[in-house]
Design a binder for this molecule. Sequence first.
Ligand SMILES: Nc1ncnc2c1ncn2[C@@H]1O[C@H](COP(=O)(O)OP(=O)(O)OP(=O)(O)O)[C@@H](O)[C@H]1O
Length: 257
Amino acid sequence: MPKIMICGRGGSGKSTLVTLLARALAERGKVLVVDTDESNLGLHKMLGLSTPAMTLMGCLGGKPAVREKLLASLQKKGDESTGFFADGLNLASLPPECTGGEWPLRFLRIGKIERSMEGCACPMGAVARSFLKQLRVGQDEWVLVDTEAGVEHFGRGVVEGVDLVVIVVDPSHEAVLLAERAKALTAEAGKDFVVVLNKTDAATEPFLRRELSAKGIPVRSAFGFSPEIMEANLTGNPLPAGNCQEQVNELLASLAI
Ligand SMILES: Nc1ncnc2c1ncn2[C@@H]1O[C@H](COP(=O)(O)OP(=O)(O)OP(=O)(O)O)[C@@H](O)[C@H]1O
């Protein structure tokens, strides 16, 4: 399962789970965290890494250049997501100016909304899809993809470039409904799918397990509400080392990692 996409509703804990998994996997090999959310700004802080000098979109010439390329390939009726990257793209060949951190843990941003009225985020979806589809990942290497809230990335085809979708369910009915929808969309894309609970307590964890089980969705792991995580995110500090290690290891073992 080298390329793993983390999804869920807004605020469910996607970036938190990405950070916890990234830390654990960086002890076993190389990890690239890919931020495909065009709005969020603080993932590198959670990870304790520097911001990359450029976004991947910037390395490709910026949004207007990418949009032009997309329109040209659509006119030729080609696959609009090909042609951005050379064959053989791998972790060692990433443009250094668009990655933050040092191996074993690096961080890359696809693109961010930078100006008012700059247009929709479709070019970012196409770049994310192309990048993940073409990126080759070796033994003991992982790519963790943080996504924007909801299921837009399924519509944009970003899911095509990953091996596994992890849905984060926080204590809300909306999150349960989203998990059901994401399960169907993941199956349609022919990818594996697991559910992780987050911010649960003694009452909400069994409730969510029952709700999801009634919909044929088993839960792989449950991360309880952690005051340390909440405090780190309140102050903008990196997540504390060793947090939720047991649950992370349980999840990785269940994925045979
Ligand atoms: N296990 C947890 N215990 C306590 N607080 C948590 C936990 N997981 C996440 N949070 C809090 O929930 C908030 C949202 O978390 P996070 O940013 O990881 O969610 P997200 O799904 O990535 O959000 P967005 O949809 O905005 O990208 C943060 O303030 C974080 O501190």
